[in-house]
Design a protein around this ligand. Structure first.
Ligand code: ATP
Ligand code: MG
Length: 653
């Protein structure tokens, strides 16, 4: 690979923060100066937003990189910080969670209610023999008990490992075995696409392969029939009968809080370990800063699943440590109709929505008449996470969801970083569609070339983090060597995230997708993101995935898989004409070097369970290989459809 990534896409639109938001923002531009003057002092100030039982002796021990210790000697309890202290401050009757089940059943849970449930669960787990340091697997639908289970583990110092409720027996068993978990917390099932979908049968099969599991705690959600063994206990017969009195003990700042396996887009999932004090400090601060939460008036909704890091940091620990009121939704966006999300926003008068580009592009495909049917006037701030957001998807989000009035925060971070790293500050930053803009105060991100040298403005390369940060991963569970090799070996003294990025002429950062996906076309390193964004900027396109396929003349050639928007006629000759138009559109937007050799019009793209496009499978198709590992794929039939369409795809000049 040559030194840098091409910088092809030009974007000149820019949106300053709304005056009212800027005037009342939680965090102002001064934070950048404070952090620049004294980075560690800045993080100490943010740590003081939490309640510590014992203060730390030193803020950072970086004497044995890459193994960091933050807030050395400090002690605190995460659940106390998320619950008890709000109740002690008189906010026990404030709503913590407005929960909406997929069938339309609802629950309203105050901080007092949540505290009671967490204390009961903490007592029940202790009675089952779970002690500080033990691992507990959580395999749940999006019901409040999922958050209760996590907080109960945190409260007693047990390490939770949440496994997304859509994963298979093998995925669950592998994660339980890797962490040697002692207990699994699950439910009989959850509602998905209008039907009860079973979780307990999957747990039963997994547990049969996992001798470390002593107990299985089962929440009754759907009431479906389940097999029962002598390891199994009902939640309502144990947790709900337990004492609601529980005094939280403080734990060391470096006590393990959770293990979470990365989504597996690129390789075998890695068990990312996060600890207590630094994690909560950064997650709590970034939630306050990036979402500008006003606890008395905001109603926040993060649409992620609790099984992903976004659910950990920005449903459970960030919002609750800040005393937020939030919405939690069990189901899918199209059940029972495609307006369900916007109906929920209208119903609860949501003010802040945090979602993923995949969802926004799906909404683009379905058409703007759907959100237009709902009153979205309560919204004041929108967020995006998970993939690069294409500028046109950003504009669509701003216009059709945000009424051209809400700032958008495009937040770059990873399971490994624990909390948000690069993002606009909504009251400060004049945002650009498609750019995550600048590192947050206290974070030092950079874009470097092959040799680890910073690229100048206008250049592209590898995204790195030059200094440790409080919510950084501490290791890969059980595999320090893989931790060092994966993240700290590519560039001396820097964390390498695996993502490509560019710095524009104003110094703002643009994420360009994973470096593994970069295409080498006639000696140029071209990012998938820029070509995809160029395709999505055409009014007929909702979504696009681009890969580099081996080509005899150019080394690699660009092959694009494109989903047309709902209203577009893409059959037969109309489809051929659209393909020709799109190829020219990309060449015009980015230059002839980026013109796709081939464009396929498809109905769906292969995505991970967290909704990210899995390009490596498309590369297999484009190069006529048999498919690689598909176990983390959302819907494996998609690949058959794409592969059969490929044979009739167009291939010209
Ligand atoms: P795996 O590491 O197993 O392949 P994953 O990287 O998809 O899985 P996550 O940690 O959930 O798992 O995702 C982090 C990645 O998501 C980032 O490295 C980046 O590629 C992408 N990402 C997240 N947020 C953004 C964003 N705002 N802009 C661009 N890319 C983003
Ligand atoms: Mg990753």
């Amino acid at each position: 690979m040559s030194e840098t990534l091409e910088n092809l896409l030009q974007e000149n639109r820019q949106f300053p923060p709304p005056d009212a938001l800027a005037a009342s923002a939680n965090v102002t531009a001064a934070a950048y100066d404070e952090a620049a003057a004294d980075r560690l002092g800045f993080w100490e100030t943010q740590a003081r937003r939490l309640t510590w039982a014992t203060p730390w002796e030193s803020v950072l021990d970086w004497s044995n990189p890459p193994f960091a210790k933050w807030f050395v000697g400090g002690k605190l309890n995460v659940a106390y910080n998320c619950l008890d202290r709000h109740i002690e401050a008189g906010r026990g009757s404030k709503v913590a969670i407005h929960w909406e089940g997929e069938p339309g059943d609802t629950r309203t849970i105050t901080y007092g209610d949540l505290h009671r449930a967490v204390c009961q669960a903490a007592n029940a787990l202790t009675d089952l023999g779970v002690a500080a340091g033990d691992r507990v697997a959580i395999y749940m639908p999006m019901i409040p008990e999922a958050a209760v289970a996590m907080l109960a583990c945190a409260r007693i110092g047990a390490t939770h490992s949440v496994v997304f409720g859509g994963f298979s027996v093998d995925a669950l068993a592998g994660r339980i075995q890797d962490a040697s978990a002692k207990v699994v917390i699950t439910a009989d099932g959850g509602y998905r696409r209008g039907k009860p979908s079973g979780l307990k049968p999957i747990v039963d099969e997994a547990v049969a392969q996992c001798p470390t599991i002593e107990r299985v705690l089962v929440v009754r959600r759907t009431g479906q029939d389940v097999a029962w063994s002598d390891k199994d206990l009902w939640w309502h017969e144990t947790v709900e009968q337990a004492s609601p009195e529980h005094v939280a003990q403080p734990f060391d700042a470096e006590h393990p809080l959770f293990i979470l396996y990365t989504s597996g887009t690129t390789a075998k999932p890695k068990g990312i370990l996060h600890t207590t004090g630094g994690y909560l400090t950064q997650v709590s601060y970034t939630y306050h800063a990036v979402f500008d939460l006003k606890p008395d008036t905001d109603v926040y909704w993060c649409t992620a699943d609790i099984g992903w890091v976004t659910g950990h940091s920005y449903i459970v620990y960030g919002p609750l440590s800040n005393g937020a009121t939030q919405i939690m939704y069990e189901g899918t966006p199209d059940t029972p109709h495609r307006g369900r999300f916007w109906e929920i926003v209208e119903k609860y008068r949501a003010t802040i929505v945090y979602t993923a580009p995949t969802l926004i592009r799906t909404m683009m495909k379905w058409g703007e008449d759907i959100p237009a049917k709902f009153d979205l006037s309560s919204l004041r701030l929108l967020g995006s996470v998970g993939e690069p957001i294409n500028p046109e998807a950003w504009m669509w989000y701003r216009k059709h969801i945000g009424r051209d009035a809400c700032p958008i925060v495009d937040t770059w971070w990873q399971t490994e970083t624990g909390g948000i790293m690069i993002s606009p500050l909504p009251g400060v930053t004049a945002t650009k569609p498609g750019s995550a803009m600048t590192p947050l105060p206290g974070i030092s991100a950079d874009v470097v070339d092959d040799q680890g040298q910073s690229v100048p403005n206008g250049g592209g390369g590898y995204l790195v983090l030059r200094e440790p940060w409080p919510s950084m991963l501490r290791t890969i569970w059980g595999d320090d060597q893989r931790f060092i090799e994966t993240y700290w070996s590519r560039f001396e003294g820097m964390y390498f995230a695996g993502d490509g990025a560019k710095r524009d002429n104003d110094g703002h950062l643009w994420l360009l997708g994973r470096v593994d996906d970069v295409m080498l076309v006639s000696g140029h390193n071209i990012s998938t993101t820029e070509v995809e964004s160029a395709l999505v900027s055409h009014p007929s396109v909702a979504e696009a995935a681009v890969v580099g396929a081996t080509d005899p003349t150019t080394g690699q050639a660009i092959v694009a898989f494109t989903i047309p928007r709902g209203h577009v006629d893409s059959e037969g000759e109309a489809g051929e004409a659209l393909i020709a138009e799109l190829r020219n559109h990309v060449a015009k937007t980015l230059g002839p070097i980026a013109k796709p050799r081939q464009i396929m019009l498809v109905a769906e793209l292969p995505k991970t369970r967290s909704g990210k496009i899995m390009r490596r499978l498309l590369r297999d198709v484009a190069e006529n290989r048999s498919l690689g590992d598909v176990t983390t794929l959302q819907d494996s039939t998609v690949m058959d459809l794409i592969a059969s369409g490929m044979k009739t795809g167009k291939d010209e000049d």
